[in-house]
Design a protein around this ligand. Structure first.
Ligand code: DGL
Length: 267
């Protein structure tokens, strides 16, 4: 059995390429269709209704491209639109970036204090706390909205003096005192993982969902006989608004520069 249909992945922009990159590494025989909604970026400050409307349109498009699985590679969209998308697209599995992380944390951090940083949308939704509570494990979540970080990274500010200052400003907040691990609740943040780890002198575990989500995708495909064993079709990278700056930034997020295609979903 071999299933050569692509895996559909979407994000508000190019941050989700960190997840796509982990999936590419874990599953080299699969082909990917990535959609970055660069016309509507950032999602982190949008209303739930707006993110739902964008996500339905994108998921519908990817489904019509014949994808065998959809990955919501964005915490903001996972928190606002996952439940709706599950109802809307019933024929294929949808994997979000929050549930695999919640499962992992619940298994490894019982009785401990865990910090969470992400966009306002993700943090104010309370979704991580709710899902962690549902696991029945005793984990104290310490959330903090860090809205400057995603635009800072998109603008290329990381590993420099300005990013150090902004990161230190957030991480020194009382909300994050005495944590033993920190969830990177935004798919942009793997790019500043080393800076965050350095702030804590390596003493706080930094939890990045990309690898965990890629493993979840691999396990699901294997368990459902959906793996591809033939030569895969080339990956495609679509954006709702094209700029050369986005294309150049893909190198940082995906590990290599990719050719972005403009895909009009909104007139
Ligand atoms: N990639 C989005 C997330 O994971 C953050 C960027 C945005 O606000 O659009 O939440």
């Amino acid at each position: 059995m071999s299933d050569n249909r692509p895996i559909g992945i979407f994000d508000s922009g190019i941050g989700g390429l960190t997840v796509a990159h982990a999936i590419r590494k874990q599953l080299p025989m699969e082909s990917l269709i990535y959609f970055g909604d660069t016309a509507h970026l950032p999602y982190g400050d949008k209303s739930e209704a707006a993110i739902q409307a964008y996500s339905v349109k994108i998921a519908d498009f990817l489904h019509r491209q014949g994808c065998k699985l959809l990955v919501i590679a964005c915490n903001s969209a996972s928190s606002a639109a996952y439940e709706l998308l599950k109802e809307y697209i019933r024929k294929i599995k949808i994997i979000n970036v929050i549930d695999p992380m919640v499962n992992w944390v619940s298994q490894h951090y019982e009785g401990r204090q865990v910090g969470l940083i992400g966009t306002r949308r993700t943090i104010h939704s309370g979704i991580y706390a709710r899902k962690l509570a549902e696991t029945g494990r005793n984990i104290t979540l310490r959330p903090l909205a860090t809205p400057l970080l995603a635009p800072m990274i998109e603008e290329g500010f990381f590993n420099n003096r300005i990013s150090h200052e902004i990161i230190a400003g957030y991480l020194s907040s009382p909300e994050l005192h005495n944590i033993e691990a920190l969830i990177l609740g935004c798919t942009h943040y793997p790019l500043i993982r080393n800076e965050i780890s350095a702030y804590y002198n390596g003493e706080v575990a930094i939890l990045d969902s990309a690898e965990i989500v890629a493993r979840t995708v691999a396990e699901y495909l294997a368990a459902n006989n959906l793996l591809n064993h033939q030569t895969p079709a080339p990956d495609r990278f679509l954006v709702s608004d094209y700029t050369r700056a986005f294309e150049l930034a893909t190198r940082i997020f995906f590990g290599r520069e990719v050719r972005l295609e403009k895909q009009t979903l909104w007139e």
